[in-house]
Structure formats: C-alpha cells, structure tokens
Write a protein that binds this ligand. Structure first.
Ligand code: ATP
Ligand code: MG
Length: 648
C-alpha cells in the first residue's frame, strides 16, 4: 500500500486537544486502569443519579454480559438538549440544508428543546412508554432528529430504518422489534426526486399480517397526496398543535436500551444491534470531541443518513451531547451538480467534514473542476468512514478537497461498536493514506491468526478487540445466543470484528476488508482492498471490486470487477494493461486471473460494495445469491451475471 507519511500540520499540533505525547499518555492510562479512566470520563455527561459501578463486562464463552455505569441514572435527550440551555439556548444546534439549495434552516438549542418536547408529547398521547419500540422511517429532515430525541426523552427505544429501504425490508424490521408506532413523512426528497415513504409504510403494514401497528405519525414534507387510514394515521402537525412544548425527561438506567439498529446486511441477514444509554452516550460524546477535535463554535458536518449508525452517533448523539452545531443534509452529493458538497461547505462555513469513500470516489470521477470552483477556506479537518479508503482516493480528498491543508481522519468502526475504535487524532497522529492508524482510548485491538494465536509486531490476520469499551453493543435484539455466536464464539474471550487487517512496524492498523474477503492465492493471504486499490490507482479505472474464486492450481484465483471512468471503452488491450499494472503495483502474486468490466457494482444503500454477491457470481453460483433486498440497484446483478467471465 502507500508508504507516504503526512506529519501533523504545525497549527494543528497547537490547537488540538491532544498532541502525540498527550495521546500516548492518555491511551496508556486508559488501558492500564480502565475502571479509573472511565470513572472520570463518565462525568462528561450529566447523571440524575451517579454510578458507583463503572465496568462490569465479561466475554466468557456462553456467558457474555456487558454493562457500563450500570447503577447510574440519566437521560440521553436531557444531555443532548436541556443541559445546554443555560449556556447555549440561543446557539444553533442543527443547521438543516434541504435537497433544494434554496432551502435551509437553523434550529437553536432552545427551539430543539421545544420541538423534541412536543414530539415526545405526541408519542405519549399514543401510549408510548419507557421500553416501547418505535420505528422511524424518515427523510433527512429535522423532524427525524426530533423523533429520535423524543423517544430518548421518554425512554422509548427507536429503530431507525433508512428511507431507501423497500416495504419488505421495512416490514421485517417492524416485525422483528414489534413496534406499534411508526413515524414517517408523506414523501422524501432526494436529488429532486420524490420517495413515497408513507406509501411504503402502508405497503409494509399491509404485507405483513403479523405486524400490528397502532399508530402511524406522518410528518408533512412535500405536501404530496397520501392515503390516511382513519384511527391509525395522524398528521404530525395536527397532533403537535394540541400539545405543549414541555415534557419531562424520564430517568433512564444506564443499561436501559436507547436504540436498535439493523446492520446493513452486506454480509448476511440484518441483525438488530442493540445499544444502551449511558456507555453509548459517553463514548459517542468522547469520540466526537477528540476524533474531530471539536471546539466550541465549530461547524461540523457528517454526510451520513440517520438510517446508519454514523448518523446516530455522529450527526445526532455525539455532537449534541457536546453542545455542537451539527449540519444535517437532505440531499445527495451530485444534485443539482457535482459541486453540491463544496457549495454547502461554503454556504454554512463548515469546518469539519465527514463522509464516505464511496462518495469521494464518485466525486473524484467528475474531476477537480467542480471542487476547485468553490472556496472551502473554512475547512480544517476531513473524515472518512464506511470502507477502507484506497490511497488514490485519500490523496485526492487531501489534495483537491482539503487543499493539502486538512488532516484526514480515517475512522474504522462498526454498527456494533457504537463509536469509532481505530482512528487518527488530528493533532496527534501522523497519517498514512489508507490506514485507520491507531486505537482510540480504552480500545485494545489485536491481530490473531486462524487458530486464534495473538500475533505480535508487524503481522496480518483477523482483527479482534480484547476487552469491552462503553459504546459496545449489548446484544442482538431478542437473540442473545446469536450475539454470542456471531461475535464471541470464533475467538473465545475476544470480540471478533469480522474484518481482516494488517499491522505495520509502526503499530498502524490497515483494514484489508472482511475476513470473508481475504483471499488465499497459492498460500499468500491477500486483502481484497489491496488489489482494489491498485486497480483504482489506474487512471482509466473508477471503481473495482475483487473476490476470490476456486482455482485448480492456486487454490483461489483473483476475479476483479472493474468499472471504467466515463468515456473509456472496455477492450482486451485494457484488460491486459490492467493485469500488468497490478503486477507492477503489488507483485505477480496479485495479478487478476479474470477481469470483468462492469458498468455498475452491487452496493448496499449505504454505498458499500456487496462482495458476497460478487463472490457468488464469480463462483458460478448465481442461483443462490441470498438476500438482495438491501441492494441500492438490484438490476446491476443481471448485467453482472450475463457478462460473467469464464474460468480458465
Ligand atoms: P453487515 O454487518 O450487515 O454485513 P456492514 O458491516 O456493512 O453490514 P456497518 O456496521 O455499517 O455494516 O459497517 C462496518 C464495516 O465497515 C466494518 O466492519 C468494516 O468492514 C467497514 N469499515 C467501516 N469503516 C471503515 C474504515 N475506516 N476502514 C476500513 N473499513 C471500514
Ligand atoms: Mg458488519
């Protein structure tokens, strides 16, 4: 991979909370005495009743139990809103930028308080109580955040389902957690196109006979016509008119559930990841402060959707717990033009910008001009999350978007981890493009081989975490057995991430992709990410996905799906050129055996390549593709199957 190193810029070393020595000292304290460390750190949020027990966690086989601050009592909405009112009532909490560039709004902490209380009262009037599950199926409008915080205020458990999911996926998620209330909007608006959210809710409820939804609360967004079922459906604005803007924040135990979030399903059937109250908020708040080096007055923008964990921890809970100004964007990166992200940055003077490699690669395809026509002078820090970022995209992000001025925090984490686990800190960490670098406080990553032996020094293997951290998921909703099986059975006594990784001589971590995606060619272990990075580094290649397939001689062969830059035609010559290229970039062992030119790759709605499907196609097993309901565009699969390359 890349061996370039970027030093911490001088101004960053000065302004950041921590420099390199500061990070080291704090990290060492966090692993030497986790109890003492988190006992102090837990105080970053306010407790109605203080905790006396800090950490009570066990990864013991068959008996996994994770509790943090267990006898403390608090409320997440209180911490994200009420606590700030005396000092920041008039400060902007949420900047909302609509799909239409003419539409935006600023919501102060005081307004947020009133809106959330009103929403909570509407829920209370529909018998929503502590512990009840509420499904939220919303576009990226402020009401989505109000709804989440309203649930938190009442101690109800929200399950946010991404607004791009189909009625089937929605029905499955409503059923799994048994929610009796669904919050939605008439329609969503993305890239100028309408998304029929309410109609999807109707279809989901109609389809699933065993789903008993008592109330559907509908926020008016577009004003489009929708069907309202009498007795069941209510317009939010009408219900909100009848209630006050005062609603007490219910005391909630640290280990009471805050939310369920179904994983995106890129490796299998979605799981209801359950997060609880105290440890989650402490961890989201702390990571948001240090990773993004958030200081008072900064304008912070995370482009994720609240349907993903990134939206939960780093649009809503982390930033608001810290009294931050967080930007929420309804639209898409290429509407009305490829300059949209950068125009929004200029419009709202964004200082910290956090997005995903898939967006960076897509924008990179459009060249530098759409970026360069904007100023971006307010930007200070860039972030990346969701997939390994290939060094090519990293360099472009750094050079073109950040004008070589902004550090990039490549944050590795998962829905399951609640917050960021491996990441640079901008004032402390020298950067290597493509590496998530070093662990956050309290996190003990280890690299193990297939037998579970812990490897030392520079090595490659599977990534596990040796001990618990406060943001960790507590269970799979309704299925603790599956939780233990999935995460604690492979390497007893350790949390198994499912990701492969390499650790270099400096102790930096490089995520190589899912363990399932690590291929073994003639006895050499290779991360798919590495081959993909090499392919994407070729000027004619826009995106690449690499999988293994059974190969008579090598054990596994390398099958590469390649999307070309717009205007480039596939050809046999190009195929050969790419093989030679990869050979030069990595070595002969990595030469692709088969290259298929693909106009599009199958992606989850969060933009991740679904290699599971590509693997099946490469293996000739396309009769058995598994669950494809979470694909953003299922039609690409047909094309991939019909242009499959034959094995040698
Ligand atoms: P599912 O678990 O349902 O298959 P998913 O794993 O894609 O879906 P997420 O929890 O959103 O759902 O993604 C976490 C995964 O994303 C990680 O396990 C890792 O593979 C990848 N990932 C996230 N951030 C990074 C990063 N900075 N670098 C490398 N990989 C990353
Ligand atoms: Mg996962």
């Amino acid at each position: 991979m890349s061996d370039k190193i970027y030093d911490v810029p001088g101004d960053w070393a000065k302004r950041a909370f921590l420099d390199e020595r500061g990070y080291r000292a704090k990290y060492e304290a966090s692993v030497r005495d986790p109890e003492g460390f988190w006992a102090d750190e837990g105080k970053r949020i306010e407790w109605f009743e203080p905790y006396t027990i800090v950490k009570n966690t066990s990864y013991a086989p068959g008996n996994v139990s994770i509790k943090w601050f267990e006898d403390g009592v608090t409320n997440v909405a209180w911490n994200c809103i009420d606590r700030h009112l005396p000092t920041r009532g008039d400060q902007v909490a949420i900047i909302w930028e609509g799909d239409n560039p003419e539409e935006s709004r600023k919501i102060t902490y005081r307004e947020l308080h009133d809106e959330v209380c009103r929403f909570a009262n509407v829920l209370r009037n529909r018998n929503v109580e502590k512990g009840d599950r509420v499904t939220i199926y919303m576009p990226m409008i402020p009401e989505a955040a109000y709804a989440m915080l309203a649930c938190a205020r009442l101690g109800a458990v929200h399950s946010v389902v991404f607004g791009g999911f189909s009625p089937d996926s929605l029905a499955g998620r409503i059923r799994d957690c048994g929610s009796k209330v669904v919050i939605t909007a008439d329609e969503g608006l993305r890239g100028g196109r309408k998304v029929p959210l309410k109609a999807n809710v109707d279809a989901a409820i109609a389809k699933a006979a065993d789903v008993e939804v008592d109330h559907v609360i509908v926020v008016r967004r577009t004003g489009g016509t929708v069907n309202m079922e009498p007795g069941r459906d209510v317009w939010y604005h009408e219900a909100a008119d009848l209630v006050t803007s005062e609603c007490p924040a219910i005391p909630v135990g640290a280990e009471d559930p805050l939310f369920i979030l179904y994983t995106s399903g890129s490796t299998g059937l979605p799981k209801g990841v359950l997060h609880t109250t105290g440890g989650y908020l402490v961890y989201a708040s702390m990571t948001h402060q240090y990773v993004f080096d958030y200081h008072d007055g900064d304008v912070y923008w995370c482009t994720a959707d609240i349907g993903w964990v990134t939206g939960h921890s780093y649009i809503v809970y982390g930033p608001l717990a810290n009294g931050a100004t967080t930007l929420m964007f309804e639209g898409v990166p290429n509407y009305p033009s490829n300059s949209r992200f950068w125009e929004v940055i200029d419009k709202h003077q964004v200082n910290i910008f956090y997005t995903a490699p898939t967006a960076i690669r897509a924008l990179m395809q459009g060249g530098d001009a759409p970026v360069k026509k904007t100023s971006r002078a307010s930007l200070r820090l860039l972030g990346s999350v969701g997939e390994p970022i290939n060094p090519e995209a990293w360099e472009w992000y750094h050079r073109v978007v950040g004008d070589e001025r902004c550090p990039i925090v490549d944050t590795w984490w998962q829905t399951e981890t609640g917050g960021i686990l491996i990441t640079p800190l901008p004032g402390a960490t020298r950067l290597k493009p493509g590496s998530a670098t070093t662990p956050f406080f309290g996190v003990i990553p280890q690299v193990v081989d297939a037998e579970g032996n812990v490897l030392e020094g520079a090595c490659e293997g599977n990534l596990v975490i040796a001990d618990s951290w406060p943001g960790q998921m507590r269970t799979v909703y309704g299925d603790h057995e599956r939780f233990m099986q999935t995460y604690f059975a492979t390497y007893p006594g350790k949390y198994f991430t499912g990701d492969g990784c390499r650790r270099d001589a400096d102790g930096y971590y490089w995520i190589t992709g899912r363990v399932d995606d690590v291929i073994n060619v003639s006895g050499h272990r290779m991360g798919t990410a590495e081959v993909e990075s090499a392919l994407v580094a070729h000027p004619k290649v826009s995106e690449a996905a690499v999988v293994g397939y059974p190969h008579d001689i090598k054990g596994q062969g390398i099958y590469a799906y390649v999307t070309l830059m717009s205007g480039i035609e596939p050809s046999e010559e190009l195929r050969k050129e790419l093989v030679v290229w990869v050979r030069q970039e990595i070595g002969p062992i990595a030469s692709p055996d088969l290259i298929q030119f693909a106009p599009g790759l199958p992606k989850t709605r969060s933009g991740k390549i679904m290699r599971r499907i590509l693997r099946k196609i490469a293996e000739d097993e396309f009769g058995n593709l598994g669950d494809t309901s979470t694909l953003a565009d299922p039609t690409v699969v047909e094309d991939l199957i019909s242009h499959r390359q034959n094995k040698k």
